[in-house]
Design a protein around this ligand. Structure first.
Ligand code: SAM
Length: 280
C-alpha cells in the first residue's frame, strides 16, 4: 500500500521540526573537512510546489513554514534551514517551493560528501532521480529504505547522518524502525541516526517515543513539538529521536524551541519536550 504522498504535507509543522534538526546536525558535521555520507531511507521527491493541487488541497505548509517565513528576530539556529529553503526558491521573497530532506541535505553538504537516497514509490522515486540527475554526489535507489540502509552499513565514511522518515501509514513501520535501528547499531554504532515520528492520539504513536528511548542507543536526544494539545484529532505534533547527536544540538534546541513552538502553536496548550541521555 503506497497511498502516502508527501506533497500533501510538505512544509507543515512536522517538516519544520524535522528539517531544522536535520540542518543543525549537518551544519555540525560539516565543521571538519572530512567527507560525510548522508543516507535518507525515505526520501520522497526532494522538492514540492506550494502552488500545485497537492499543496492547495491541504495547505498544511501555511501552518508550518508559512508561519516563520520572512519573520523578523528568529532564533539563530533556524538560519541554515531557512537559507536552504530560500535557495530552493532562488532567493525569492515569495515562498513558492519547499525542499524535501534530500534537497536540504544536498544544499548544506559539500563537494566531498555523498548522498544515498531511497524511495519506494515508483513515481516519487522517478521524480527524485530527475531532481538530482545533474548532482554527481547523489545516488538514488528505488526500493525499500530499511533494506537499503542495511546494505550500506558500515559505510566507508566515519561521519554519517542517517535520516529515517517513514510515513507510518502501515503500523509495521513503528516496529520496523526499532528493528532497523537495533540491526544498524551492530553494524555501525557511531552514526548519527535521526528518526522522525508523528504524534497522534493512538496507542502505537503514544508508546513509540518510549520504545525509541529503550532501543539500545547509548547517547540520544529526543525532542517533541506539539502545535495542539495531545488529545486532539489528527497529527497534533511530531518527534525527532537523534542517536549520537552533536553535543551542541541540545543547547541550540533549548534556545530555539520556546519561540518556535509559540510561532507554530494552534492552541494555547501547544508545547515541547527535550530530553537527552548519555550526553555527559
Ligand atoms: N524525508 C522526506 C522529507 O522530509 O522531505 C519525506 C518522506 S515521506 C514522510 C515518506 C516517504 O517514504 C514517502 O514518499 C513514501 O512513498 C516512502 N516510503 C514508504 N515506505 C517506504 C520504504 N519501505 N522504503 C522507502 N521509502 C518508503
Amino acid at each position: 500500500m503506497l497511498s502516502y504522498r508527501h506533497g500533501f504535507h510538505a512544509g507543515n509543522h512536522a517538516d519544520v521540526l524535522k528539517h531544522l534538526v536535520q540542518s543543525l546536525v549537518i551544519e555540525y558535521l560539516t565543521r571538519k573537512d572530512k567527507p560525510i555520507r548522508y543516507i535518507d531511507t525515505h526520501s520522497a521527491t526532494g522538492g514540492y510546489s506550494l502552488e500545485d493541487d497537492f499543496a492547495k488541497k491541504t495547505a498544511e505548509w501555511k501552518e508550518g513554514i508559512g508561519k516563520i517565513w520572512q519573520k523578523p528576530d528568529l532564533p539563530e539556529a533556524l538560519s541554515d534551514y531557512l537559507e536552504a529553503v530560500s535557495k530552493f526558491n532562488n532567493n525569492n521573497q515569495k515562498l513558492k517551493l519547499y525542499p524535501g530532506s534530500p534537497s536540504i541535505a544536498a544544499n548544506l553538504l559539500r563537494e566531498q560528501d555523498r548522498l544515498s537516497l531511497f524511495e519506494l514509490h515508483p513515481a516519487d522515486s522517478r521524480q527524485l532521480a530527475r531532481n538530482f540527475e545533474h548532482d554527481r554526489r547523489v545516488r538514488v535507489s528505488q526500493g525499500d529504505g530499511f533494506a537499503g540502509l542495511k546494505s550500506l552499513l558500515p559505510p566507508l565514511e566515519k561521519r554519517v547522518l542517517i535520516l529515517i522518515d517513514p510515513p507510518y501509514e502501515v503500523k509495521d513501520d513503528y516496529n520496523t524502525v526499532i528493528k532497523s535501528l537495533k540491526e544498524a547499531f551492530k553494524r555501525f554504532a557511531v552514526g548519527v541516526y535521526a528518526v522522525w515520528y508523528p504524534r497522534l492520539d493512538s496507542e502505537h504513536s503514544r508508546r513509540f517515543g518510549h520504545k525509541l528511548e529503550k532501543c539500545g542507543a547509548q547517547r540520544w536526544l529526543h525532542v517533541t513539538l506539539d502545535v495542539r494539545g495531545n488529545n486532539t484529532a489528527g497529527m497534533f505534533g511530531s518527534g525527532m529521536f537523534v542517536v549520537n547527536p552533536p553535543w551542541l544540538l541540545e543547547q541550540q534546541l533549548k534556545e530555539t524551541l520556546p519561540q518556535l513552538t509559540s510561532m507554530l502553536s494552534e492552541t494555547p496548550d501547544a508545547g515541547f519536550t527535550l530530553k537527552t541521555h548519555g550526553m555527559d
